[in-house]
Design a protein around this ligand. Structure first.
Ligand SMILES: *Cc1c(COP(=O)(O)O)cnc(C)c1O
Length: 364
């Protein structure tokens, strides 16, 4: 047996004819950056997510940058987030010249511990950036409430949670700005880099729309300092096909996660999804004390695993200047030592899942 972790190739094969038709159309149209397909995609995104405005952009990282830029976040500002996430979350805050201020996570959901946010707020705090890690959203009601009290913006880093639901609301539409990624390995991936930024605030949307094209409001007339943050039209065409089939992908991912949880209950620390929300399972992540041993044994059996993420941000070399030290965020540090993600994609069969879980149970 050889299990594929994200099975990106199969996702291509499944709708190959459609992908090839739409990309050929873009290629022959001569319109490669933004254009008809991108506009269609943005309409589809708003319909799916429930937001008023969506902008296709060049990556999830650039979506976060556009959000921070539009909010005017820069030197002397602080943005609160968690250290247990992909580097882009903290990196974009630092890139703007602002200071990432970390708050530890909740051990069960791996998302920001809302009870610890208020203690981290100072006069310099401008925004909270919760991360919807592994596909499950944070406690957005509580976070928005704190933000309102202190007049802060909330940017959801929804790179892993596009399509997830929270109290009936879709991820990316649960705060003033939501940012997602269509990197190939994300739940809805394109065939290169891509992302989107969402808001229902017209002023912020106008600003981000201009900033996506070098702050341009009219050709060669620049109102803001912006960036080259546009989505390729070929990626938009591919994403239009992906979006059409995405609900079924989500359901298949949820089925896989349920099979894993059924088999692993009582054997490992399995993911915990709160009752008022759903996950799109960017990752199915368990916790183990003997992770390295389990990973190499599984690898020999043709079962790939991954660690998201082995080093929390406050212990990364690039963030040494922030002055954090080991022990500052013990839950994040423990999780970084113990988490392990199992193969997750819509194509895993019951046979695959039984092969993975039976072997895993034997090893742990
Ligand atoms: C993937 C990811 C990003 C960045 O997205 P890219 O499209 O790769 O730039 C940001 N935040 C989180 C939590 C991610 O998982």
């Amino acid at each position: 047996m050889k299990i594929d972790f994200a099975n990106i190739q199969k996702a291509y094969k499944e709708h190959q004819a459609e992908f090839e038709q739409v990309t050929l159309e873009v290629m022959s149209s001569g319109r490669y950056i933004l254009g008809k397909e991108t506009e269609e995609f943005e309409v589809g995104l708003n319909q799916f997510v429930g937001s008023k405005f969506a902008l296709g952009c060049s990556s999830g990282t650039d979506a976060l940058l556009l959000a921070l830029m539009a909010l005017g976040i820069g030197p002397n500002d602080e943005v609160i987030t968690t250290p247990f996430t992909f580097i882009a979350t903290g990196e974009t805050i630092a890139f703007m010249g602002a200071r990432p201020v970390f708050v530890d996570i909740c051990e069960k959901t791996y998302n920001i511990d809302v009870t610890k946010i208020e203690k981290a707020i100072t006069k310099k705090t401008k925004a909270i950036m919760p991360v919807s890690l592994y596909g499950q959203m944070s406690d957005m009601t509580e976070i928005n409430k704190i933000a309102e009290k202190y007049n802060l913006a909330v940017i959801e880093d929804a790179a892993q949670s596009f399509g997830a639901l929270y109290k009936g609301k879709r991820s990316c539409n649960a705060s003033i700005i939501g940012c997602t990624s269509f990197f190939p390995a994300k739940p809805m991936g394109c065939f290169g880099d891509g992302g989107a930024v969402f808001t229902s605030n017209e002023e912020l949307n106008d600003k981000m729309k201009a900033m996506r094209v070098h702050g341009q409001v009219q050709r060669y007339t620049h109102k803001y300092i912006g960036m080259g943050g546009r989505l390729d039209n070929i990626q938009a065409a591919i994403l239009n096909v992906k979006l059409k089939h995405y609900q079924s992908d989500i359901e298949r991912r949820q089925w896989v996660a349920n099979q894993y949880s059924k088999a692993l209950t009582g054997h490992a620390v399995i993911p915990y999804i709160k009752e008022d929300r759903s996950s799109v399972w960017a990752q199915y992540t368990i916790r183990l004390e003997n992770r390295e041993k389990v990973q190499s044994a599984l690898n020999e059996l043709g079962i790939p695993t991954a660690v998201h993420y082995p080093i929390p941000m406050h212990l990364q070399e690039c963030f040494q200047y922030l002055g954090y030290k080991k022990g500052d965020f013990p839950i994040s540090e423990n999780c970084a030592n113990e988490v392990m993600s199992l193969p997750m994609n819509p194509y895993l069969t019951l046979e695959d899942i039984e092969y993975i879980t039976n072997n895993l149970i034997k090893i742990i």
